[in-house]
Design a protein around this ligand. Structure first.
Ligand code: GBH
Length: 481
């Protein structure tokens, strides 16, 4: 039950007295009734923040790190906002203690971070760079010393540049499994939660078909579909390798930005349409993992360009997972129709609101439907929100504050909707806010800020934003108001 403050209580009493004096009958609920349940999360629900290696670490050429596709891409003129690169980023390679301290001050129980593959294997395979491994050992130990549980993503888009053909080459999927197995073996004594890959579409389609992300290619569908397949194969082989190298009970999953389909009106037919859309709209990726095969509709849709695969691929790709991590930012609204697929996507009007990044349209119910669609379809044992957050045009006031009320609005509304999923007993175990710090926002460089700590990229000074103060309160109370 929500606590009524003295002041609110006083106001209620005064209002009731005034109404009574005027001889008006009070509606039953107006006085002495609870004002509503607090949106409390279950005991043990994990609150965290997420980051990714290339976006925060910097130290790009230090201690033997090899170049990644994002080093190459960001150093190619015209590829990122004003030619920004991750050479320095948040300099977390040197300042990780300070950053973990920020996390500790928030009361974070967990942190999701990723590993720079080329820091540990400068050529992607073969020779290990001990100094790279040492860095991640130090970070993990520092997190544990601060009572923060590490959740580790093996691949968040920074692919060793030395791997021939990148994700066009099926051997890269095998190289990934070797690397993931190695990391799991060396961290698995202290880390119990691993994610294979982050967001298939971003490192496959956006890199190889759209060309907006590294390596910036615009391949025809037939080749691009093969890149997608190599991506999910890497995940599957990665799951097997992590399990083979860690103690029994280690939890393995992934972080996926599955398309989230929201029924345009909450009626049984539109809910069913959203479910169908979830399957088809994620057919090359999450659906293939969850069902251990490609949907026929997907293969038919791609026709002659459909991905080719080997008989055993889906034994790996369909490996049962301990959890599914969902990165959720935006909704896609759908309605039922009479087409073969049974749904139709609504086109948003030009007036549809968005956060600082134009793609980041606001529809907080996406976090509820994202969880619900996936759980209803595939009965997954556990779900985490592995990313959720937003960009804002943050400025530092003369008093040195960052008043990101729009970010607080975004977060509050999403957590309110996430609470609905929790209240309906969907197995949501934790939430990772993107991001702990402003960082290198890929093709947008440093022009878009997603952190709840402001970073002055000239001085590397960190300032907690209003949203950090707000999140701290959510964590302390384990509820959102
Ligand atoms: C996540 O991607 C990433 O995991 C994380 O690294 C990133 O920093 C964070 O979100 C915030 O972006 O410019 O219109 O073509 C979210 C999915 C996919 C959203 C690519 C932006 C580009 C859209 N992202 N997309 S557009």
């Amino acid at each position: 039950m929500k606590n009524v403050t003295r002041r609110e209580f006083g106001k209620t009493v005064a209002a009731a007295a005034a109404v009574a004096a005027a001889g008006i009958a009070l509606p039953k609920f107006a006085f002495g009734e609870p004002l509503g349940e607090a949106r409390r999360f279950p005991k043990g629900f994990l609150w965290g923040c997420a980051t990714a290696s290339y976006q925060v670490e910097g130290g790009a050429q230090e201690d033997g790190r090899g170049p990644s596709n994002w080093d190459v891409f960001s150093h190619t003129p015209g590829k990122t906002y004003q030619g920004d690169t991750g050479d320095v980023a948040d300099d977390s390679y040197h300042r990780y203690r300070e950053d973990i301290h920020l996390a500790h001050n928030l009361g974070l129980q967990t942190m999701r971070m990723s590993i720079s593959w080329s820091r540990v294997f400068p050529s992607g395979t073969g020779q290990v760079n001990q100094k790279g491994l040492d860095y991640y050992n130090r970070v993990v130990d520092e997190l544990l010393a601060n009572h923060i549980t590490p959740y580790i993503t093996m691949f968040h888009w920074d692919l060793p540049a030395a791997l021939p053909g990148g994700w066009q080459n099926r051997d890269t999927s095998k190289a990934f499994a070797d690397y993931a197995g190695y990391m799991a073996k060396h961290l698995g004594d202290r880390v119990n939660h691993f994610m294979t890959t982050n967001e298939f579409t971003c490192f496959t389609d956006l890199g190889y078909k759209v060309g907006q992300f590294a390596p910036g290619l615009k391949l025809p569908d037939r080749e691009a579909n093969q890149v997608r397949h190599n991506g999910i194969l890497a995940h599957g082989l990665g799951v097997q390798a992590i399990r083979a190298n860690t103690p029994h009970g280690t939890q393995v999953g992934l972080a996926e930005n599955a398309n989230v389909f929201v029924p345009v009106i909450e009626t049984p037919e539109h809910i069913e349409a959203a479910r169908k859309a979830t399957r088809f709209g994620n057919a090359p990726f999450l659906t293939a993992l969850m069902e251990g095969s490609y949907m026929n509709e997907y293969l038919e849709h791609e026709g002659a360009n459909a991905p080719r695969f080997e008989a055993n691929d889906f034994r790996a790709i369909g490996s049962p997972l301990d959890f599914v991590g969902l990165n959720i930012y935006t909704p896609t609204y759908v309605r039922a129709d009479h087409s073969a697929l049974g749904f139709m996507v609504e086109q948003p009007p030009t007036s549809y609101p968005h956060m600082a990044s134009p793609w980041l349209t606001i529809g907080p119910e996406c976090i509820y439907w994202g969880v619900r669609n996936v759980c209803d379809l595939w009965k997954v044992p556990a779900v985490y929100i592995t990313e959720n957050g937003c960009s804002s045009d943050d400025v530092v006031t003369p008093e040195g504050r960052v008043e990101d009320t729009d970010r607080v609005m975004y977060l509050r509304n999403h957590l309110t909707q996430l609470h609905r999923a929790v209240a309906e007993n969907y197995p949501v175990k934790g939430y990772f806010l993107w991001s702990l710090l402003d960082n290198f926002e890929w093709a947008d460089g440093y022009s878009k800020r997603f952190g709840i700590h402001y970073v002055d990229f000239k001085t590397q000074k960190r300032i907690p934003k209003l949203s950090a103060e707000w999140y701290r309160e959510v964590i302390a109370k384990n509820e959102v108001e």
